[in-house]
Design a protein around this ligand. Structure first.
Ligand SMILES: *Cc1c(COP(=O)(O)O)cnc(C)c1O
Length: 472
């Protein structure tokens, strides 16, 4: 029996969700809004007196509509963006309805159990050591912070420095090493943790963005003392993975060394027997970052910080207070947050629904679609594919004209949405296939739109057209 205080309100939320989800396959994908002030005005002024809950949700739905982007839809190829599997969305609603706080086991034994079981499943699926701790974070950014905070603790504790108590001022700070193509969130993590982003030693990358393990070897040979090495599985532009086995070989020979792998999306390759080789050696690291809201297709926001040395993680993340019944095993001892939602529920639901075979299929399907896109792009004489398509990322550049102008025209067209980047000094389009619902037809339709727009822009810019337009 439904509670009449909730029932009609949730019904309105359900109506919004139904209309939005049903619109995803057909609506214009990007919504370039010329004037954000219009969106703000649509939300009205702060009222003196409230309004009925149903009306609030209906008004909100109407105000949102002109500024919503179909990022969870099948033809959104921007950034690395997953959608939401129906089962994960359903579990997310359950997490909101249950409104459990996963700070401490005593607050929700159920949500704590879901986190622990789901974390163990993720380790199994990704081939990571079973003894690792898993913290559920807002995303890969915070997972990187958590992994590097655990590293900071362990490397400094090993030389007798208590960084949690005494901070970094005057500390024998370990040397931080990153790849030239490290993700911006690694730099942000270094800033937040007091390492500083500019002090990190950068290892050059090869033409696909992979860290050069041979250069790393030489660099480390010249560095004394503790080192924190950051490797990557899945470069955001090319999808390329660092040679993790070779990097682990180099790091393994050192006394005080920690290897962190940022595998926000690329680490999911480990779930596919066909692509596992790309991340071989990942299991030899000390900490890992992986997103759930990208390739696993759970709703925002969810990532995971995985750390082998549980004691180091707990030392870096634990808090205590007289009123808090927290123990080292409580979920808040694995992440920076105290109170937080039952974020693992959608991950659990997705894994339970897909199974090992289903996750592998999701990864393989997206990779096959990326390869299909690359082949279709390559058939067009005006476009050039720039990367080896090993995962779900395709980098493509118009041979003439400006990639950013092309992306803007593609956004206006609305068939699909693609992002841009600068790859090896030149702007390019990024085409990322990360959504569970994307089909081969979606890819063909999107590539056709992009190639047609490329041709149309080329005609406008060709010398003949230019001569016609120029007054004599
Ligand atoms: C997307 C990404 C991140 C950041 O992930 P968020 O979930 O947005 O915080 C970090 N590293 C890599 C390699 C990524 O692709």
């Amino acid at each position: 029996m439904a509670d009449p205080r909730f029932d009609p309100v949730l019904d309105r939320a359900r109506r919004f969700a139904d209309a939005w989800l049903a619109s995803l396959p057909d609506r214009p994908v990007g919504r370039p809004v010329d004037d954000d002030a219009v969106l703000r005005a649509g939300l009205g002024a702060f009222p003196e007196h409230g309004a009925p809950a149903e009306q609030v949700l209906d008004d909100l739905a109407a105000a949102l509509e002109p500024g919503l982007v179909a990022t969870p839809g099948p033809r959104y190829f921007g950034f690395v963006t997953g959608g939401a599997l129906p089962v994960a969305l359903g579990a997310d609603w359950m997490a909101a309805a249950a409104d459990q706080n996963v700070a401490a086991r005593v607050m929700s034994p159920a949500a704590t159990a879901v986190e622990e079981v789901t974390g163990a499943w993720v380790l199994d699926l990704l081939g990571l050591p079973g003894e690792c701790a898993v913290g559920f974070t807002t995303g890969a950014q915070m997972a990187n912070v958590v992994g590097l905070a655990a590293a900071r603790h362990a490397l400094l504790a090993a030389v007798g420095w208590d960084v949690e108590a005494d901070g970094l001022a005057g500390a024998p700070v370990p040397t931080v090493v990153i790849g030239a193509q490290a993700h911006s969130t690694i730099l942000q993590a270094l800033r937040l943790l007091g390492f500083g982003s500019a002090r990190a030693v950068r290892v050059p990358a090869d033409d696909q963005g992979r860290m050069r393990a041979d250069v790393l070897r030489d660099l480390l040979a010249a560095i004394d003392g503790p080192v924190l090495v950051n490797a990557q599985a899945g470069q955001v532009d090319t999808g390329a993975c660092d040679p993790l086995d070779a990097i682990a070989d180099v790091v393994a020979g050192r006394e005080h060394a920690w290897l962190h792998v940022d595998g926000a999306f690329g680490l999911w390759a480990a779930a596919s027997p066909a692509r596992r080789h790309l991340v071989a050696g990942a299991e030899r690291a000390d900490s890992w970052t992986v997103d759930a809201h990208k390739w696993l297709n759970v709703p925002y926001d969810c990532g995971m910080a995985i750390v082998r040395d549980r004691a180091a993680l707990t030392a870096a993340m634990s808090t205590s207070a007289a009123y808090l019944p927290l123990a080292g095993a409580d979920p808040s001892s694995r992440v920076p947050e105290s109170s937080r939602r039952a974020r693992a529920l959608p991950v659990h639901a997705a894994l339970r629904h897909l199974g090992r075979v289903g996750v592998a299929d999701l990864v393989d399907r997206c990779c096959a679609l990326a390869r299909q896109a690359a082949e279709e792009f390559a058939r067009h004489p005006d476009l050039e594919v720039l990367n080896e398509v090993v995962l779900n990322q395709v980098l493509v550049r118009p041979r003439a004209g400006d990639a950013r102008e092309l992306a803007a025209a593609v956004a206006r067209d609305g068939t699909c949405w693609v992002g841009t980047t600068v790859w090896q000094g030149r702007p390019a389009l990024r085409f990322s296939v990360s959504n569970w619902s994307t089909t081969p037809e979606d890819v063909t339709r999107s590539v056709a739109a992009i190639t047609a727009i490329t041709a149309a822009l080329g005609d406008q810019q060709s010398p003949a057209a230019g001569r016609g337009a120029r007054p004599c």
